[in-house]
Design a protein around this ligand. Structure first.
Ligand SMILES: Cc1ncc(COP(=O)(O)O)c(C=O)c1O
Length: 396
């Protein structure tokens, strides 16, 4: 195979943005950014802020011992969600999806999972789409005792121009590999202004870097940009033991500030992504291709509405069964199209994720069905007419 279209990821630019790019994409009116070493670190910091908020509440006598507080997390999700809970010393309360076609818990399930020990609900965006709730419903969950909504947009960069649509008290972005705005590492936590006093911003002042360190990061980025090209990616896959894209549980690391080099490249990368209008056309084309195949379905309970995004990180599709999905993955691989089964299992079924046995025994049938049937198609900037033809041929 001469060309192989990677499953996800855009090239990274090591150029400084100007005022215009920064203002439109990364300068927020109602939230203040705190830049840290990863999306997981940002998520952990968000939980710590929610925890401080709950313990500051004079009427709250629900949890006194460390580790008693609870955070609601979706059953179909990245193991980093659990890493952040463990790092912040809270108990993850895992909630099933609302429907076998959805990665998102519904309003009723989240409301039922709230207890006096709840300090936050994680609302996790999946590949570009937020959970299917209205802003008013998030507010109702807060008043029902959910307290604090952490909007995890690791998979959908929170552009400043979209600020009106944010519904979280805190909002997370990740700059990790394969994320919408990647800098090969880093994360951002946006904090609603009324919670500023709960974060020590001074402590997270961006870290200065030497010229040598800056050059080293630039060299890593240049190598990344080279190997993700379709002509090189197939060769990369032949390297034994690389296991690219596999998800596994990683224990929490200390939260440290982001370096100034990566931060200086953020506005230009965000601006370029926001203004790449080919990406919406890719999503629209894939909606048509998948809709024509009676064996496949789009994800989500409201189907097409879920794909109205201007861009998606990857294009999610549901096969009829696990066997059908795994067969398609093999055929796409042979055709040089990078697909993925994402997390493969629901969180309670991942052996390396530290969850109590009692949690694992719960009913997660919707998340399990979703995990068995999901696969993603590429929709990034290197997808072209040949890619669509190859996808259509596999599905024919
Ligand atoms: C939904 C979600 N949240 C958080 C993270 C953590 O981000 P990072 O890899 O930057 O630690 C990820 C990473 O894959 C993610 O997908």
């Amino acid at each position: 195979m001469s060309k192989y279209v990677r499953p996800v990821g855009h090239p990274i630019f090591t150029e400084r943005g100007d005022r215009k790019t920064a203002a439109s994409s990364t300068i927020y009116a109602d939230y203040s950014p705190c830049y840290v070493n990863s999306g997981t670190a940002a998520l952990q910091l968000a939980i710590e802020i929610a925890l401080r908020c709950a313990t500051d509440d004079e009427n709250n006598t629900s949890f006194n011992a460390a580790g008693e507080a609870e955070v609601i997390v979706p059953a179909y999700g990245c193991p980093d969600l659990i890493t952040a809970c463990i790092g912040a010393n809270v108990r993850p309360v895992v909630v099933d999806s609302c429907d076998p076609r959805s990665p998102f818990p519904g309003f009723k399930q989240m409301a039922a999972a709230i207890t006096p020990k709840t300090v936050a609900i994680m609302a996790v965006n999946f590949l570009g789409k937020s959970p299917e709730l209205e802003k008013a419903q998030w507010q109702e969950l807060r008043t029902l005792g959910g307290r604090h909504i952490i909007e995890d947009r690791a998979q959908a960069f929170p552009f400043a121009s979209e600020e009106q649509s944010f519904f979280g008290n805190t909002v997370i972005a990740s700059f990790g590999k394969g994320k919408p705005v990647s800098l090969l590492g880093g994360g951002m936590l946006l904090i609603e202004r009324r919670y500023h006093h709960l974060c020590d911003f001074e402590h997270y002042n961006p870290r200065a870097v030497s010229t040598f360190e800056r050059l080293k990061i630039q060299a890593k980025i240049a190598a990344y940009n080279l190997v993700i090209k379709p002509a090189a990616y197939g060769q990369l896959l032949k390297v034994p033991g690389l296991n690219i894209g596999a998800t596994s549980y990683k224990p929490p690391l200390p939260i440290v500030p982001l370096d100034q080099a990566r931060l200086s490249w953020l506005p230009a990368n965000a601006y370029r992504l926001e203004n790449d209008f080919r990406l919406k056309a890719h999503v629209e084309r894939l909606v048509r291709v998948v809709s024509l195949n009676f064996k496949l379905s789009l994800i989500g309970s409201s189907q097409h509405a879920l794909y109205d995004a201007k861009r998606m990180l990857r294009f999610p599709v549901l096969a009829q069964s696990k066997v059908h999905r795994d067969d398609l993955l093999r055929r796409f691989h042979k055709a040089g199209i990078g697909t993925s089964a994402m997390y493969v299992k629901a969180l309670p079924d991942m052996d390396d994720v530290p969850l109590d046995d009692a949690v694992r025994k719960g009913d997660f049938s919707n998340a399990r069905s979703f995990a068995d049937r999901l696969f993603t198609l590429p929709c990034h900037s290197d997808v072209d007419e040949d890619t669509f033809k190859a996808i259509e041929d596999v599905l024919a």
